[in-house]
Design a protein around this ligand. Sequence first.
Ligand code: FAD
Length: 349
Amino acid sequence: ALYRTAQDRGIDTWLTNTAAKELIVEDGRIIGVIAEDTTSGDTVEVLAKAVVMGSGGFNSNIDMVKEVRPDLRRHRILEGSGRGDTGDGHGMVEAVGGTTTHMDDIWFYVFAIPDHKDERGRRGLVIRGVPDNIWVNAQGVRFHNEDLSGGGTGSVAVLAQEPAYCWSVMDSTMTDDVTVSDPQYYIPGASVKDPEKVKVLIEESPHIKSGDTLEALASEIGVPEDTFVETVNHYNSGIDQGLTEDPDFGRPLSNRKMIQSPPYYALNFTPTARKNFGGVKTDLKCRAVDKHYEPIPGLFVAGELAGMAGGHINGKHGLEGTMLGPALFSGRVAGAWAAKDAGFGEGFK
Ligand SMILES: Cc1cc2nc3c(=O)[nH]c(=O)nc-3n(C[C@H](O)[C@H](O)[C@H](O)COP(=O)(O)OP(=O)(O)OC[C@H]3O[C@@H](n4cnc5c(N)ncnc54)[C@H](O)[C@@H]3O)c2cc1C
């Protein structure tokens, strides 16, 4: 849609496979971008009356995540945002005097396993679709109501474990439900699960263990056998007795499946950085501001790079779906004011 609109308006500068590297400053005003053609390696210089940046968040740069979250440095944390979202824009804006805010407000998903195909060992695969799994920590015990799996609940619970990961335990009746939120595991061209690919993942991934007995699974995942078996049996007994709620963590148990049909499986759930709530600080016209909150002439910032808008429009927590809306909105605001700055239109009305 963006490309078509640009074509309709006669905009003929359209660069793909081009990574922005540096903003060009002249007399205190941003007048363009130095970029690199990632195919040829050539340097490209683009001059403009105003620059709008929208390079997304930084959750595909785990070093940057750990820089702003020193409390997580000793844990394994995975990358989980769009693959190009490596925080380039934050550095470019800071290099010209812009400021960032609330950078440590990061939304983690914990229902994710390391992607064994990522040679760097840094990328996470988000796993969904197994409502009857239980979460067991490295000590072999449950610690949370697994139904509360979101960034403000499940993530907080897993990040409080020592070490900060858990095992999603399920049995053979549940593995068909596993869905992997990653195009590698979709039918090509559709956002629909390819069951065969997921099956192969379950068989091949070193981060998914299985065992014909609970004892064997405990040994595979390195937790104390007796404790683990007691954890699963105790949980199952609540369902077996017809309890409506798990007495330990308040999980509703009605219509819940017991974990009782071998083989058993355990997926190594590892915190995965998904969404950035903080970013480049801007004013209401989406102009990047310096440390005195004065706008940097010619520089506009929108989307996740600007914490969706302004620096941190979502606050510390967001609901699912509260990113795309403000990203689009701030893009419109930034675009309209950048156009006005460049001599076109009346700004955002
Ligand atoms: C898997 C997944 C599912 C999501 N689902 C939802 C959802 O259902 N609802 C919701 O509200 N939000 C969702 N989000 C969050 C939402 O997608 C993002 O917050 C939103 O896309 C941000 O938009 P953006 O345009 O700011 O950045 P992005 O969409 O991340 O786009 C930034 C682009 O800039 C490029 N880029 C980065 N650096 C450079 C550079 N130096 N030079 C050139 N280009 C660069 C990146 O490659 C990327 O293409 C999801 C996020 C993920 C990862």
